[in-house]
Ligand binder design. Structure first.
Ligand code: GRG
Length: 306
C-alpha cells in the first residue's frame, strides 16, 4: 500500500474529534488514579494542568502511528498515548512558572500556578513524570507487548522528555534569554524542546504495534519534520496573532529571544514550515506507509491558527 491519498479537511476534523474524545477519556482515567494518591490541593492542580483543553496532538499522533501499523486501535492505545500528554502537561505547567516563562494565560485560562500557587504546581508537575512512565509500561502490557518492547517504548518517552530532549532544549532556551541564536542553534533547540516529544509519540505508537525498524525510522523522521514545522508555525503565530486568539501569552519574541521570524522573516519562516511538512509526508510515502490522516495532519500543523 502507498500513501497516495491525503484525507480532506472535513475527514481530518471528524477524525481528530473522535480521537481526542478517546484521549480525553484516557487522561481522565489517569488523572483520577493519580489524584487518589495525592493531597487534594495537588490533585486539583494536576486536574487543572492535564484536563484543561489543548489540541492533544501528541497522543493523537501516537494512536495514529499505532493504527497505521496495526489497522486499528484499542482502548489501551489511548492509555499509552495519554502517558505522553502527562509529560507534555507537566512541561507546560512548569514552563509557565515565574522562574521560567512567567505566563499567566494557557489554553485560554489562567495558568496552573495562577489558580493553585507555585509550590503546589511544582509538586503536581513532578508527580506527573513517574506517573507517565508507569502508565506507559502498564498500557504496553495491556496491549500485549513483550517486556522488552514495553521497556523500549517507555525508554523512548523518558529519553525524549530528558536532558537530551525536552528538558535539555528548555535549558538551552532559558540560556537563550541572555544570548542570540543562529539558525542552526535554533533548529537544535527546537528539535530537542518540541521535536523530541512529538517524534517520540509516533515512535512509541509504531514500536508498541510491533513495527519493523524501517517503519519506526520513517515515523521518527515524520515526527522530527512536523516537530520543526510545528515550532516554526508557533513563532509565526506568536508574531501575528493576539494573546486572545492564541489563548496564551506570546512569549519568545517578547522575551527578546531569537525566533524563526526574527531570524528569517515571516515569508521565509512560512516557506520553511511548508517544506518540513512536505518532508514529513515524504518520509511516510518512501516507507510505503498508508496513513492519509497523518499526511493531512502534517498540513494541519502548518495551517493551524492557534
Ligand atoms: C527544569 C529546564 C527544566 C525543564 C523542565 C518546563 C520544561 C521541563 C520543558 C518545557 C518544554 C516546553 C514548554 C516545550 C514547548 C512545547 C510546545 C510547543 C508547547 C505547545 O504545544 P501545543 O501547541 O499545546 O501542542 P496544547 O495546548 O495544544 O497542548
Amino acid at each position: 500500500m502507498t500513501l497516495r491519498v491525503e484525507a480532506g479537511a472535513d475527514a481530518l476534523a471528524a477524525y481528530l474529534d473522535t480521537e481526542r474524545q478517546a484521549v480525553e477519556a484516557a487522561l481522565l482515567r489517569a488523572v483520577d488514579a493519580l489524584a487518589a494518591a495525592l493531597p487534594s490541593d495537588v490533585a486539583a492542580a494536576v486536574r487543572h494542568g492535564v484536563m484543561g483543553g489543548g489540541k492533544r496532538l501528541r497522543p493523537v499522533l501516537c494512536a495514529s502511528a499505532y493504527a497505521a501499523c496495526r489497522g486499528g486501535t484499542r482502548a489501551a492505545v489511548y492509555d499509552l498515548s495519554a502517558s505522553i500528554e502527562l509529560i507534555h502537561a507537566y512541561s507546560l505547567m512548569h514552563d509557565d512558572l515565574p522562574c521560567m516563562d512567567d505566563a499567566d494565560l494557557r489554553r485560554g485560562r489562567p495558568t496552573t500556578h495562577k489558580e493553585h500557587g507555585e509550590a503546589v504546581t511544582m509538586r503536581a508537575g513532578a508527580a506527573l513524570i513517574p506517573m507517565a512512565a508507569l502508565q506507559a509500561l502498564a498500557a504496553c502490557e495491556r496491549l500485549g507487548c513483550e517486556p522488552e518492547v514495553s521497556k523500549a517504548v517507555t525508554a523512548v518517552l523518558l529519553r525524549a522528555a530528558g536532558a537530551g530532549g525536552m528538558v535539555g532544549g528548555q535549558w538551552v532556551d532559558l540560556e537563550g534569554e541572555e544570548m542570540s541564536f543562529g539558525p542552526a542553534d535554533l533548529d537544535d533547540l527546537h528539535r530537542r524542546k518540541t521535536g523530541a516529544l512529538l517524534a517520540a509519540s509516533l515512535e512509541m505508537g509504531a514500536l508498541a504495534a510491533g513495527a519493523e525498524e524501517p517503519v519506526v525510522d520513517a515515523f521518527r523522521a515524520y515526527g522530527r519534520a512536523i516537530g520543526l514545522a510545528f515550532q516554526i508555525v508557533d513563532d509565526v503565530l506568536d508574531a501575528t496573532q493576539s494573546a486572545e486568539t492564541l489563548g496564551k501569552n506570546p512569549s519568545d519574541a517578547a522575551h527578546g529571544k531569537s525566533t524563526y521570524v526574527s531570524l528569517h522573516g515571516l515569508d521565509e519562516a512560512r516557506r520553511r514550515a511548508r517544506a518540513e511538512s512536505d518532508r514529513a509526508v515524504a518520509a511516510l510515502t518512501e516507507a510505503d506507509i498508508a496513513a492519509p490522516m497523518l499526511a493531512a495532519l502534517a498540513r494541519f500543523v502548518v495551517e493551524r491558527q492557534s
